[in-house]
Design a protein around this ligand. Structure first.
Ligand SMILES: O=C/C=C/C(C(=O)O)=C(/O)C(=O)O
Ligand SMILES: [Fe+2]
Length: 282
């Protein structure tokens, strides 16, 4: 069993790094941790980065998870290899680019690019962004899936993800107490469906609704409230059509052993209990 501990970062190819920087700092509210020639490292918490935009193809998207140590990383590589996934061990240069001690890369059954990392770098200075969006941390990602049942099995049986709730056949899965760290979303191919940051309060969600609307950032869903995690949310579109979400009040699963996933219908009221309608397919 591969034990994912937490999300580490997302890496996104950017068609225009300047646009990405402007969005990340003036709209989303991240802090520039480091600006390299062809890459921008962005902070949302005490880590050196949780999002990296690099000059490249916007379809080139990778999600990374932290693993406890090198032994567990080696074991994860062997497990994936035995299952027929091509596993790439990060070179020292690639590790330096990701600010981690070691990593392996592979593709999930849909073809999503996943990295498992050991010892992601922290930053001694606290996260302090120039735009006050109220961000308290990087929390979850939505991943496209071409076969929700197959991919649920991969994340729960090969990795340690547990299903918290389902909407139709779509699983919201946790790797720790937080309601979900990975959400699957039906799609025609691999890719990141959305990137979530938690914010401090309902006020932050609504303040951002007005702030982003004023900047003409497309709002794609919300403000609303998910009946699944209970979180109040806002989804909006960033560069290269990537969707970002702010949310607050996501449930924690206290009874790890006893929790049974709830089944919600695949219908709008399962996505928002206040009646907001998504401007894009989930
Ligand atoms: O559309 C349903 C979304 C559910 C949630 C949630 O319960 O918080 C998400 O954030 C998500 O799937 O990303
Ligand atoms: Fe989400």
């Amino acid at each position: 069993m591969i034990e994912l501990r937490d999300l580490a970062y997302v890496r996104l190819g950017a068609s225009n790094l300047e646009d990405a920087q402007s969005f990340a700092t003036k709209s989303l509210g991240l802090q520039v941790g480091e600006q390299a020639k062809q890459a921008l490292y962005l902070r949302s918490d005490d880590r050196a980065h949780t999002l990296c935009y690099f000059e490249g193809d916007p379809q080139d998207q990778t999600v990374a998870f932290e693993i406890a140590d090198q032994d567990k990383l080696n074991a994860a590589g062997a497990t994936l290899d035995a299952l027929g996934h091509a596993v790439h061990a990060g070179t020292p240069d690639e590790c330096a680019l990701r600010k981690v001690k070691a990593f392996i890369g592979f593709k999930d059954p849909t073809g999503n690019q996943i990295e498992l990392v050991v010892r992601p770098e922290r930053n001694g200075k606290r996260y302090f962004a120039t735009r006050d969006a109220g961000i308290t941390g990087f929390s979850h990602v939505g991943l496209f899936t071409t076969d929700p049942l197959r991919d649920e099995l991969f994340w729960t049986q090969v990795c340690n993800a547990r299903v918290s709730d389902r909407i139709g056949d779509i699983a919201l899965m946790r790797v720790n107490a937080i309601h979900h760290t990975v959400a699957l979303a039906p799609g025609r191919g691999p890719g990141v469906h959305h990137i979530n940051h938690q914010v401090e309060s309902n006020d932050d969600v609504l303040r951002s609704y007005y702030h982003l609307s004023g900047q003409r950032v497309p709002i794609v869903f919300g403000p609303g409230r998910h009946p699944t995690s209970g979180a109040r949310f806002l989804y909006f579109q960033g560069p290269d059509a990537m969707v970002f979400e702010y949310s607050v009040g996501v449930d924690e699963i206290e009874d790890e052993e006893g929790h049974r996933p709830r089944q919600f219908g695949f219908e709008p009221s399962s996505l928002c209990m206040w009646g907001a309608r998504s401007g894009r397919p989930r």
